[in-house]
Design a protein around this ligand. Structure first.
Ligand code: PMT
Length: 402
């Protein structure tokens, strides 16, 4: 989302990973960026300019002059137009030219004129990657302030295994997105709870719920991308691609979640209680598997779990913000506002299972935010990543209000 409206030059060099540039361009466009592709002459052997111009909606630039019109392609204007320049894949040859100012093609000339941040995603065979000249050239490029998106390890085009695979387009997008995300939470510490809790019945059974953790992890990623130090206390979930800055504390039951939250909460500026905490747990947790008896149906006695949000609400000190969620199926607004006050929250995010695409498991959510100051904001159905950005925006506004 932070890429919305940004001007990105995508410089493509002649390497086999050039085929990944079709997905990369699509992801950038989908994120709202305007993309201008510049290809080295060799790149055109690996992916056609027609493919790239169709995807980006702009003619690809490759030569200093456009052949049929004789029009000069100004590398200076392009360099000024760009909010960022991304060279992907960056071959050993182009890396060498960039490091040493060899401006013999449109891509390197534009690089030398660019005023914006430059990202370089190398791609080559493992021996080329570790050759002293490549290592030195990459170090030189870093020393000029360029950001290297390190290649991954794996099977290369040569079928050798090692470091040299261009980073996947999704991960390159994350690097750029992170760069453009405003760092308005620098110096802040956030606690986020996420996922379900599992309340053990016996070694093979539990009481749980359908929470996937997607909403909570999206919030943690958003806060971290905006510069916050984030700790997530997470129930059992399987989420990939978590911001490496996020500290994850894994728990299983509501009581374990409470124990961790009580430890972490005193030091945080904001806590977001997104977990779907089981309200009840079995009184007895059997050490061995409950056997199926012929005529007897076992009865599981339940006890109330602690209310984590309400406990933190009581402990809250001045200056701390406590944000809760309300997952409702009926009488939504009234129930959400009741929870806001009852748990001493500063904000509550309502999502209703009546709304298609909202709540558990989905990649999308539709929320209404209520604040203790009496404000109410309703949002459309969006991806959980976008919803997380809306929620963090609302938290930032509320922090400025108080
Ligand atoms: O994980 P996903 O699949 O992405 O789904 C996201 C979600 C639907 C789980 C999330 O958006 C959400 O609504 N989380 C809160 C679910 C919930 O338990 O709501 P509640 O209305 O029962 O609880 C109200 C608030 O009290 C919540 O902030 C909850 O974390 C907290 N709570 C509830 C019970 C309890 N014992 N302790 C608590 O802290």
């Amino acid at each position: 989302m932070s890429l919305k409206g940004k001007h990105i030059i995508l410089g493509i060099c002649g390497g086999i990973a050039a085929y990944k540039c079709a997905s990369l361009a699509r992801l950038l466009i989908k994120a709202g960026a305007e993309v201008q592709v510049i290809m080295t002459p060799a790149a055109k052997e690996f992916i056609t300019p027609l493919t790239m111009s169709t995807l980006t909606g702009k003619p690809v630039i490759s030569e200093f002059f456009t052949a049929n019109t004789g029009q000069w392609n100004s590398h200076v204007d392009l360099g000024l137009w760009a909010d960022a320049m991304l060279i992907a894949p960056a071959t050993a040859s182009t890396i060498g030219k960039m490091a040493n100012g060899v401006a013999d093609n449109m891509l390197v000339t534009t690089y030398l004129s660019a005023k914006s941040q430059v990202f370089i995603a190398p791609s080559m065979d493992l021996d080329m990657m570790r050759h002293p000249s490549t290592v030195r050239n990459i170090e030189l490029l870093k020393s000029y302030g360029n950001i290297i998106i390190e290649p991954a390890e794996g099977e290369l085009a040569s079928h050798l295994i090692g470091k040299g695979r261009m980073e996947e387009p999704e991960n390159i997008l994350k690097v750029l997105d992170y760069y453009f995300t405003p760092k308005d939470l620098q110096g802040q510490h956030f606690l986020v709870t996420a996922g379900p809790t599992f309340e053990k019945i016996d070694p093979v059974r539990f009481i749980g719920n359908y929470s996937s953790g997607k909403m909570g992890y999206a919030l943690a990623n958003e806060a971290a991308a905006r510069g916050a130090e984030v700790t997530i206390v997470s129930g059992p979930v399987d989420i990939k691609g978590v911001n490496p800055g996020v500290k994850i504390v894994k728990i299983e039951s509501a009581r374990q979640m409470l124990e961790q939250c009580e430890k972490i909460f005193p030091a945080v500026d904001c806590a977001i209680m997104c977990a779907a905490v089981a309200d009840y747990a079995p009184v007895v947790q059997h050490e061995t598997k409950i056997k199926r008896e012929k005529d007897e149906i076992p009865v599981i006695h339940l006890m109330k779990n602690p209310d984590i949000a309400a406990t933190l609400g009581k402990a809250k000190r001045a200056g701390q913000l406590l944000v809760g969620f309300a997952l409702e199926t009926d009488n939504e607004d009234v129930n959400a506002v009741d929870k806001l006050h009852r748990k001493n929250l500063d904000m509550i995010v309502l999502n209703s299972l009546k709304d298609a695409g909202a709540g558990f498991g989905t990649d999308t959510n539709k929320v209404t935010i209520f604040t203790s100051t009496g404000r109410q904001s309703q949002f459309a159905l969006k991806s959980k990543t976008e919803v997380a950005a809306d929620i963090v925006d609302a938290i930032v506004s509320l922090a400025h209000e108080s």
